[in-house]
Ligand binder design. Structure first.
Ligand code: 8YV
Length: 313
């Protein structure tokens, strides 16, 4: 008895094939919800192949009495009821080592898209505006102070890449990291105050909910750029729209939103935003590595071996 519940269809497709080779696999999409799965199958399920963007609440765990592992395709665990998992002794594995560089690369892309107005530049040609005169000027990231909120694996990789561009990096995390060559700011307010670009890459938790509010945005300032590659829940979107409209910040480059895939109309309509559909980890190589990590964690659990990338919670 070690069946798998597959909760999404993975891309690249080879992940789906390889997962099925590990143990009998049941597709959630065949049933619609966990409750609708026949009890005898639910009882056989010991592992769930899930995703960082899918909820996993206490009722779902309750419906899978022999669940031992939630193997998450992604690094975020904000959608999982951790207390319920702890209470039921359900382990969690994430793909914490798979996507660091890929998310950091997209972050640099968003920083440049904002500082050099790349999307507006493309539109400038297509609309024929170039024939009428030059575009407004962008700004260099060389020599600028860039604040990173959240300084785990991905935040540190972003810092490393920004250094190559000649930016001065400062960061805010729960505590100062020993041996880190960047300036520490104890609060997001202090970080925003000193930053020209504010990059958000902290986990979505009750502590970080709506932490980027109007006050933080005002501190970032009228020439400041917000970049969010973490979770939409960290940014109070109404405040962001108001700050953009009032010219309190210069722009926002966003890969994540509070109610994905819905994006507030105010962000869509704003000429000061660059929007991406949560593609931080969405490259072929990284998604393949993430999928294989999901599978390897499940195979390890079934073989009674240590998980490769367990979450400590
Ligand atoms: C998603 C992510 O996993 O890693 C995370 O936390 O948000 C993403 O990598 C990915 O979009 C698949 O759902």
């Amino acid at each position: 008895m070690s069946d798998i519940l597959q909760m999404i269809t993975y891309d690249p497709a080879v992940i789906n094939e390889q997962l099925r080779a590990v143990a009998p696999t049941h597709q959630l999409s065949d049933y619609g919800s966990i409750d609708a799965i026949p009890a005898d199958i639910r009882e056989r399920i010991t592992a769930a192949a899930s995703s960082a963007t899918l909820p996993f609440d206490a009722a779902m765990m309750e419906a899978l009495p022999n669940l031992k592992l939630i193997s998450v395709y992604g690094v975020g665990y904000d959608k999982i009821d951790l207390a319920a998992a702890r209470a039921r002794d359900v382990a969690i594995a994430t793909t914490s080592t798979s996507l660091t560089e890929t998310v950091a690369e997209l972050t640099i892309g968003l920083v440049l898209a904002g500082s050099r107005q790349l999307i507006a530049a493309d539109q400038f040609i297509r609309s024929g505006d170039w024939l009428k005169g030059p575009m407004p000027l962008g700004f260099d990231i060389r020599g600028k102070t860039i604040g990173i909120f959240g300084f785990g694996r991905i935040g540190q990789k972003i810092a490393e890449l920004l250094e190559v561009f000649g930016a001065r990096v400062i960061y805010c995390a729960r505590s100062e990291k020993p041996g880190v060559p960047y300036g520490y700011r104890p609060t997001i307010e202090a970080l925003a105050e000193d930053s020209r670009i504010l990059i958000i890459i902290a986990p979505g938790t009750p502590d970080t909910f709506d932490i980027v509010n109007r006050d933080v945005l005002k501190r970032l300032g009228s020439d400041g750029l917000l970049v969010n590659v973490a979770r939409g829940s960290l940014v109070k979107e109404d405040d962001l729209i108001a700050a953009l409209e009032a010219g309190e910040i210069a722009g926002a480059c966003l890969d994540v939103f509070a109610q994905e895939p819905k994006v507030p109309q105010g962000l869509i309509d704003s000429p000061k935003t660059v929007l991406a559909p949560h593609i931080g980890s969405a490259t072929y190589e990284t998604r393949l590595h993430m999928g294989m990590t999901v599978i390897e964690n499940i195979a390890a659990m079934i073989a009674d071996k240590p998980l490769l990338t367990p979450l400590t919670f």
